[in-house]
Design a protein around this ligand. Structure first.
Ligand code: F0G
Length: 465
């Protein structure tokens, strides 16, 4: 049978509130043209993130009832610890309330002025935590990863030659650590090959630089390795994931992604001394080491989610849903980042809206147009998120101007995907009418969350229902 179906039945549903075009015009104005500032109830299909938005299984809900809320030494912690140590083989497992809390602790200990953190691509919160510590983050994405229209199997790879060169230029003693993001979220949800991870680890080991993995989407990455990398076809996704972690000295993880929980995360390391320093910080910021900012019930949901995420029926459906949207867009030659990645479709806003200059944020304009057209909420991953200012105040744009439409796990159905493709196609048909935006307010860190915008001239998009 060729059709891939959702490998679950639906036991509990949440209603969707529908809005009209004219209501959305007002709602978007009220949100200062930043979809982060919309109320969720005013969104029809919410593809802002795949983080914490997945549907939990009946087993996860059962775990929630079982959660042991003891302050210290809770049963739920030991279950959480045993599932993660089976996956990572790391002896020190530190729960945190979400991924960025692990980053904050790790870079407070390992970062600091004069240090560098090298990566394929640092996610925005990771970069912010590196920079907040005083260190500098450097992205060394492979060349294929920088070309949105190129089809290649592992566009998330780190450029190994650039990695060696950067270590030589900056001095190994100044490199706090190397961290590879799997899959590469900011670069299109593209996977990293096992060979690339193995070689990056060898380079780090030769210079005694700690090698870490940002493991948010480890299962999606492992499934791509199974599909695309020679020698892995007969291995289970769990075995592939175990090999992936075996190269790492440590990892950070947001359990809101590939642990299918609504909240949570962890930091895991081999080095006991590093773990002790991290736990000292954990106690003052997150909580006692056997709960780290989480309830016992969250630890249970994460443990079960980590067991469920490696199921291949699930991963097959997951990757296929995104591939399916790509196929619909191909029919209309709509530009998106190819091939489709693990958790999201990334529209190439620069190619979609070539009449809007980067200084007028084509990605943000496209996000607004998708909301107006069909109540779809996505996120700009371009110069609003990653742009910087030169000394003269001019914008240094991001490498790509993308709009990410991230699919929450096990949440939307096939007809939602058809609706999504229809809305994108409709916007594409009247793309010439979409206008650029100016920023009217921004904050110093992670400005995309709270920035405010206004259309450069008149209304953002005169077309309508
Ligand atoms: N690393 C990566 C690769 C991420 O995608 C995220 C979160 C984090 C770290 C931080 O984890 O949110 O639990 O603190 N990404 C979300 C997203 C927010 O929408 O992609 P967190």
């Amino acid at each position: 049978m060729k059709t891939v179906i959702e490998p679950f039945r639906i036991k509990s549903v949440e209603p969707i509130h529908f809005t009209s075009f004219s209501e959305r015009v007002q709602l978007l104005k009220d949100a200062s043209f930043n979809p982060f500032l919309l109320k969720a109830k005013d969104v029809i299909i919410d593809l802002l993130t795949d983080s914490g938005t997945g549907a939990m299984s009946s087993n996860q809900w059962a775990g929630i009832m079982r959660g042991d809320e003891s302050y210290a030494g809770s049963e739920s912690f030991y279950r959480f610890e045993s599932v993660i140590s089976n996956l990572t083989a790391m002896p020190c497992i530190i729960p945190v309330h979400q991924g960025r809390a692990a980053e904050k602790i790790l870079f407070t200990v390992k970062g600091g002025k004069g240090k560098y953190v090298l990566s394929n691509t640092l996610f925005d919160t990771t970069r912010a935590n590196v920079e907040f510590s005083g260190a500098q983050g450097i992205d060394l994405l492979c060349e294929e990863g920088k070309q949105p229209a190129l089809v290649a199997p592992f566009k998330g790879n780190i450029d190994l030659i650039a990695l060696e060169k950067c270590i030589n230029d900056k001095g190994a003693e100044n490199i706090a650590l190397v961290i590879i993001t799997v899959t590469n979220n900011s670069g299109g949800g593209q996977p990293v090959s096992m060979a690339n991870i193995r070689q990056a680890k060898q380079i780090c080991a030769a210079c005694q630089i700690p090698f870490f993995i940002d493991a948010c989407r480890f299962a999606e990455n492992s499934y791509f390795v199974k599909l695309r990398e020679e020698g892995y076809q007969d291995k289970s996704v769990l075995e592939i994931a175990q090999e992936l972690f075996s190269y790492a000295d440590g990892c950070t993880m947001s359990a809101k992604k590939d642990a299918m929980a609504n909240i949570g995360g962890f930091l895991a390391v081999h080095d006991e001394k590093l773990a002790e320093e991290c736990r000292n910080l954990l106690i003052i910021t997150e909580g006692f080491p056997t709960y780290g900012g989480l309830a016992g019930r969250d630890l249970e949901a994460i443990a079960t989610g980590l067991e469920e995420i490696v199921h291949e029926d699930y991963l097959k459906y997951r990757i296929r849903s995104i591939e399916y949207i790509g196929e619909q867009l191909d029919k209309e030659n709509i530009p998106y980042l190819k091939p489709t990645g693990g958790h999201a479709i990334y529209l190439d806003a620069r190619a979609f809206l070539p009449h809007i200059p980067v200084e007028q944020y084509p990605g943000q304009a496209l996000c607004c147009a998708l909301y107006l057209e069909g109540g779809i909420r996505g996120v700009e991953i371009g110069s609003v998120m990653f742009g910087k200012y030169a000394a003269d105040g001019s914008l240094i744009p991001a490498v790509n101007e993308l709009v990410r439409l991230a699919l929450p796990r096990r949440t939307y159905t096939q007809s939602h995907m058809d609706y999504l493709a229809e809305v994108i196609t409709e916007v594409f048909k009247h793309r010439h009418q979409v206008k650029g935006l100016d920023i009217t307010y921004e904050s110093p860190y992670l400005r995309h969350f709270t920035a405010k915008f206004q259309p450069v001239s008149g209304d953002i998009q005169p077309a309508g229902e």
